[in-house]
Design a protein around this ligand. Structure first.
Ligand SMILES: Nc1nc2c(ncn2[C@@H]2O[C@H](COP(=O)(O)OP(=O)(O)OP(=O)(O)O)[C@@H](O)[C@H]2O)c(=O)[nH]1
Ligand SMILES: [Mg+2]
Ligand SMILES: [Zn+2]
Length: 366
């Protein structure tokens, strides 16, 4: 799988790519190296083995092969707009038409961050004639579940934005976003915003630190933690995702004071955000940072992930599952299950295990 490449899993390593090019050591411990390029390779290899075919299972060869042929992109997608698209070409943003070959149903296959080729037609709007293969992508099932919806393309990071409070921290959503990131070759970063509202971060954040996911505690309101994140993102690209009202757009405004994106109060009665941002859009910030803002989500569907391979996306589970009595152990009820033993013994966080079980059930129902 052609994926993120050179993706640091600790902010200390950002900008120091030499460290990432070390030869691969045999039998090094699996823990804490979860989100490196090697790991993504390992997961995708395992997934290919499981599926028994050569292509990367995260990509859909039927739809993508025909479309992603552009070898000379000259522009980048800012925001798809039905059968049109806002495209950044040099310093200007232009509204373009999109070639029929790139349209499925009422919209195009384009996602913010896609590298495309546009051509002037002489009259009218320029035309998007092709799109290049994606280095990474973040996708979920589109409404109706039969089609893939790519939320963002060619990003280094998925910034999973959560709030310490208002709306409440939801670990289950974080777990699903981690799967999406892994499946698309994107490095996750967990941002815990609104720290000004609490004395201590939600307890579950420790589970993510233990997995090697970088965790940034911050407040867009007070500016706490913003410099550290800006430094970590310098020169990189990312997509922001999370529940409505957690502060995604506020974060862009905080990282670059030149921005004044619309933000809105979380309604006090329901504790739910109001979906202030309604379309995904790519923004170029100071310090060479590119971020795609997205509308808030309540749920995250998983695209092309099978219940039986779910354990591959929970590194702490796949680390110990070799010790299970049955090779096809589901880690839910079987005797001699090494995963259940680890959960009992505290080696695997109960909240993460519960997420695994819940997601597994949802995939079996689908
Ligand atoms: N107390 C506090 N409030 C914040 C913080 N960050 C953002 N907010 C507020 O939270 C509300 C929602 O922020 P937005 O940036 O609109 O949230 P969003 O994630 O973009 O929401 P959607 O666009 O609906 O997905 C706004 O009223 C912000 O002012 C923070 O660190 N602390
Ligand atoms: Mg927003
Ligand atoms: Zn088991």
């Amino acid at each position: 799988m052609e994926c993120g490449g050179k993706l640091p899993h600790s902010k200390l390593m950002i900008g120091d790519e030499s460290k990432l090019k070390k030869p691969r050591k045999q039998n090094r411990p699996v823990r804490n190296r979860r989100w490196s390029e090697d790991d993504i390779d390992t997961v995708s290899r395992a997934r290919r083995r499981f599926r028994g075919h050569e292509e990367d299972a995260a990509y859909n060869p039927e739809t993508e092969a025909a479309v992603f042929v552009e070898e000379n992109p000259n522009a980048v997608v800012v925001s798809p707009y039905g059968k049109l698209a806002f495209i950044q070409s040099g310093d200007v943003e232009v509204l373009c038409e999109v070639d029929d070959a790139l349209i499925t149903g009422k919209s195009s296959v384009l996602a913010p961050g896609d590298r495309v080729r546009i051509e002037e037609k002489g009259e009218g709007k320029p035309l998007v004639v092709g799109v290049a293969g994606r280095r990474t992508k973040l996708s979920r099932p589109a409404v109706g579940r039969v089609q893939e919806q790519v939320l963002a393309a060619n990003v280094d990071f998925l910034l999973i934005i959560t709030a310490a409070a208002r709306p409440p921290f939801r670990a289950g959503l974080v777990d699903r976003f981690l799967i999406l990131a892994d499946a698309g070759g994107v490095s996750p970063i967990l941002c815990v915003n609104k720290m000004d509202l609490v004395d201590a971060p939600p307890q579950e954040t420790e589970n993510y630190r233990a997995l090697g996911v970088p965790v940034f505690e911050m407040s867009c309101e007070t500016g706490h933690g913003i410099d550290a994140l800006r430094e970590a993102l310098s020169g990189k690209s990312g997509v922001l995702a999370g529940h409505s009202g957690v502060g995604k757009s506020s974060l862009i405004n905080a990282l670059d004071p030149g921005f004044e994106l619309d933000t809105q109060n979380v309604s006090d009665s329901s504790n739910k955000g109001r979906h202030t941002t309604t379309t995904a859009r790519r923004h170029e910030l100071a310090d060479g940072i590119t971020l795609i803002d997205t509308p808030g989500v309540r749920e995250v569907g998983l695209w092309k992930i099978d219940a039986t391979e779910l354990n591959l996306y929970f590194s702490e589970i796949s680390d110990v599952s070799g010790g299970c009595g049955f090779r096809d152990c589901t880690h839910t009820h079987e005797p001699k299950c090494a995963v259940l033993t680890a959960v009992e013994g505290g080696g695997i966080a109960r909240a993460r295990y519960d997420s695994y079980v819940r997601i597994r059930e949802s995939l079996e129902e689908a």
